[in-house]
Write a protein that binds this ligand. Structure first.
Ligand SMILES: [Ca+2]
Ligand SMILES: [Ca+2]
Ligand SMILES: [Ca+2]
Length: 117
C-alpha cells in the first residue's frame, strides 16, 4: 500500500518501497510517534473439485479430483468495483484463485461458479 493515505499522519502507514520510511531528523527532545507501517497480506480462495460418486457432498478418499474444470470468481471490492477471476482446475482437481491486481486489496464479497459438464 502506498504511504501517507487518508490525511491523518497519526493513523496512516509511512512505509514505502522496501518498508522504508522517509529520512527523519529529530531535534533535541523531539518525540515523533507518527511513523507507522501497515502491512497487507493477499488472500486466496480454493480448493478442490471432485467426483462425488456417492452424492453425499463429502470428499471421500476413493473419490477422484476432476481436472480441467473452469472456475470463475465474481465479486466486488469495498468501493463497489467489479472483480472477475478465472482459472482451471489442475489435473487432480485442485485450484486456487488470487487477485494479482495489488490495487484491489479490499475484495468485499464474491461468489464462485464451477462449470463441469
Ligand atoms: Ca504519513
Ligand atoms: Ca503515520
Ligand atoms: Ca462423497
Amino acid at each position: 500500500m502506498a504511504p501517507d493515505q487518508g490525511g491523518n499522519d497519526a493513523l496512516d502507514s509511512d512505509a514505502g518501497v522496501g518498508g522504508m520510511t522517509p529520512n527523519e531528523v529529530l531535534t533535541s527532545g523531539e518525540n515523533n510517534t507518527t511513523y507507522d507501517a501497515g502491512f497487507y497480506q493477499q488472500g486466496s480462495i480454493g480448493d478442490y473439485v471432485w467426483e462425488d460418486t456417492d452424492g453425499d457432498g463429502v470428499q471421500d478418499g476413493t473419490e477422484a479430483g476432476i481436472g480441467g474444470v473452469p472456475v470463475t470468481l465474481t465479486g466486488t471490492t469495498g468501493d463497489g468495483q467489479p472483480v472477475t477471476l478465472t482459472t482451471t482446475t489442475a489435473p487432480y482437481g485442485s485450484y486456487e484463485l488470487q487477485d494479482s491486481n495489488r490495487a484491489r486489496t479490499n475484495l468485499r464479497s464474491a461468489r464462485l461458479r464451477v462449470t463441469h459438464l
